[in-house]
Design a protein around this ligand. Structure first.
Ligand code: ADP
Length: 380
């Protein structure tokens, strides 16, 4: 008997967080089997996945043994054991994004060298080995210091304004970046199929919570000129092409006050800046990644309706079993779509869910998103 569409093809995902969970939700449309591995026994994929393994994503043997049970392997977090993925790839298992791309992304220094090699615009930088090297850059202050490895959500990034800040500087391999005069922060998700076809989602604009350094609001489309929109999409497509990568790649960019477009960083997986594609675009970022993984044509990336995404962050100073205060008030607002990630415990600024507000009029969507933000609170 012929198998129903793709049942039997097992896709392994390294990481079982909210990105994996939304990927799993979409995978039912194609009748795919998905397996997850995550160190956290209560990870968001745990309770809704048939195949969940608990394990350290940096352990060679665990990642290798997990991948060996799958036909295709992907990631939802880049901090994973690349050597195991390289071995799986050598043994004929499809690994997308390819391990050599993950290797570049894991190291902000290698990312910067990659942009430089191919003349992709990015802020000027230096590589340093430790805190002592900072002495050489006294006349370059203020400067942005970033740990080459392991940083995320703004952790591992700090601005050194004067010499007295050297005390709190990171002591290890870092990049030092010129401080950019940022007008807007935008993101484009590029996608590339197994046949080499390339597309990009229209740019979105990100607004950060200054205290938590996390995206608070995201606007789709970004309020930039159509020329800038085109340039940003071209840039993202050129980057995924030069990487020769299969999968989806979020390209975070700065638009400077001088109207220059600079690449900040890339992430070769579903991304926070693509959540709104579920309700706001013809094809979602999760659908697009699945299409790449199973070798299907890429979907249409157009925006169907403007949207604003609000990250539901755990209220500051609340810790414990999560409660969603006034969720019914938020759901009563026209155009509100709620996503709860299923994390039992909340803590200050933890990403607990998100809300996508759609409206034909983006200004109205912004107003509603503001109300949602002030109404729906994650407390304990
Ligand atoms: P992470 O990988 O932790 O998300 P990023 O490199 O994206 O770190 O930096 C986090 C934030 O810090 C950016 O979104 C931006 O607001 C700010 N930032 C980063 N680099 C610079 C820079 N060179 N100049 C000015 N601000 C920067």
């Amino acid at each position: 008997m012929e198998k129903p569409f793709y049942k039997g093809l097992k896709i392994g995902v390294l990481g079982g967080g909210q990105l994996g969970r939304m990927l799993l939700q979409k995978s039912y449309s194609y009748n795919l089997e998905m397996a997850f591995i995550d160190p956290d026994a209560n990870a968001p994929c745990r309770e809704i996945s048939n195949w969940f393994y608990r394990g350290d994503l940096n352990n060679f043997k665990l990642v290798y043994d997990f991948g060996k049970k799958c036909d295709v392997v992907t990631i939802e977090i880049e901090n994973v054991n690349v050597e195991a993925l390289e071995k799986l790839e050598q043994e004929g298992i499809k690994v997308f994004p390819q391990p050599r791309c993950i290797k570049i992304v894991q190291d902000k220094g290698l990312q910067k060298l990659f942009y430089k090699e191919y003349s992709f615009p990015s802020s000027d930088f230096y590589l340093i080995e430790n805190k002592k090297d900072l002495e050489l850059f006294k006349d370059q202050l203020p400067i942005v210091q970033k740990l080459r490895k392991g940083g995320y959500d703004g952790k591992g990034v700090q601005i050194l304004k004067n010499v007295s800040d050297f005390e709190k500087a990171f002591d290890g391999p870092c990049i030092l970046e010129k401080l950019v005069d940022i007008k807007q922060e935008i993101s484009v998700i590029a996608c590339r199929g197994q046949n080499g076809d390339v597309k990009a989602f229209p740019p979105v604009e990100m607004e950060f919570n200054p205290e938590a350094n996390l995206v608070e609001f995201l606007f789709s489309p970004a309020s930039i000129s159509s020329e800038m929109e085109k340039a940003a999409m071209e840039l993202a497509k050129n980057i995924i092409t030069k990487l020769d990568m299969v999968g989806i790649l979020a390209v975070e960019m700065f638009l400077t006050k001088d109207n220059e477009l600079l690449v900040n960083e890339i992430a070769p997986r579903p991304h926070n800046s693509g959540h709104q594609t579920i309700e706001g675009n013809v094809t979602s970022q999760y659908d697009q990644l699945l299409r790449c993984l199973i070798g299907m044509p890429l979907g249409n990336t157009d925006i169907t309706i403007p949207s604003v995404m609000v990250n539901l962050l755990g209220e500051k100073d609340f810790m414990g079993y999560a409660k969603y205060k006034d969720i019914e008030k938020a759901m009563a607002i026209d155009g509100v779509n709620i996503h709860i990630y299923g994390k039992a415990e909340t803590k200050s600024f933890r990403k607990m869910g998100h809300v996508t507000v759609v409206d034909k009029n983006i200004e109205k969507a912004k107003e509603k998103a503001k109300i949602v933000k002030d109404t729906l609170k994650v407390i304990a």
